[in-house]
Design a protein around this ligand. Structure first.
Ligand code: PEP
Length: 255
């Protein structure tokens, strides 16, 4: 299986989001072997997108979740409330949130909240340009994965989705190289196996400047189970081409 995740960030109104989602759905060929598609609009657009995707194979994801359950937490959205509007997934630990102060402990708590509510977390990890230049890439990934997932028990059949997103490749001119992606992905797999967590199924996605021109090559990489797409997910033709690349790879490899 290949995963294609669209992260709309804080870019669109509800009306713009619906138009985008309608366009993406229109381009889907239901006769194809489709990758697992997960759309993560802004909170305010979740109910509208849920209505649009209801009878399709597309899944709904949030971009963030509270680290606690329901209660007096102004401005937060609890995992149960995301389930209530139809979410099956949520991003956790995106670098833009970590840069705004989200800690490793916050990420860990959010994962526990998501799993307890029945959401599948998509956990983002990755190093900054400065960390890579200082040869800290493996140390950063190790720290982020370890604090996020040590002793976390995934319910049976809930996959552990990790998105490796080198911060320097997000919104950049080009993605990380195949060698850089492959090295990070194999480290992540190795770490997950050693953590003492209960995980049936591990999928490691790549994120950072994926678009229609490079998706096929990235998805063809053995180590890559999918892509997390920011900017290119806001363009119907780009995102549709990325989905088609997922289909092409899955069809070629009979995954
Ligand atoms: C992201 O921010 O998760 C991302 C992958 O962005 P982009 O595709 O625009 O690099």
């Amino acid at each position: 299986m290949k995963y294609i995740v669209g992260n709309y960030k804080m870019q669109l109104t509800t009306r713009e989001t619906s138009a985008l989602v309608k366009g993406v759905l229109h381009g889907l060929s239901l006769d194809d072997v489709l990758p697992e598609i997960i759309l993560c609009p802004t909170f305010t657009a979740l109910p509208d997108v849920q209505k649009l995707i209801k009878k399709t194979p597309v899944n709904l994801g949030a971009q963030n979740v509270a680290s606690t359950g329901l209660g007096a937490h102004t401005g937060e959205v609890a995992a149960a409330q995301l389930v209530d509007v139809g979410c099956t997934h949520t991003l956790i630990g995106h670098s833009e949130r970590r840069a705004a102060g989200e800690s490793g402990d916050d990420v860990h708590e959010k994962i526990l909240e998501a799993l307890a509510a029945g959401l599948t977390p998509i956990i983002c990890v990755g190093e900054t340009a400065t960390e890579r230049a200082a040869d800290q890439t493996n140390a950063v990934i190790t720290r982020q994965i370890t604090s996020a997932l040590t002793d976390v028990a995934f319910p049976r059949k809930t996959p552990c989705l990790i998105a490796y997103e080198p911060v320097w490749a997000i919104g950049a001119a080009s993605p990380a190289t195949a060698a850089q992606i492959s090295e990070a992905h194999s480290l992540i797999r190795h770490l997950l196996v050693g953590l003492g967590s209960v995980i049936d199924d591990i999928a490691v996605l790549y994120g950072g400047s994926v678009d229609a021109s490079n998706a096929l090559a990235i998805l063809r990489e053995q180590e890559v189970d999918g892509v997390l797409v920011g900017g290119a997910s806001l363009k119907i033709h780009e995102f549709s081409a990325i989905i088609k690349a997922g289909t092409a790879v899955m069809t070629a490899t009979h995954v």
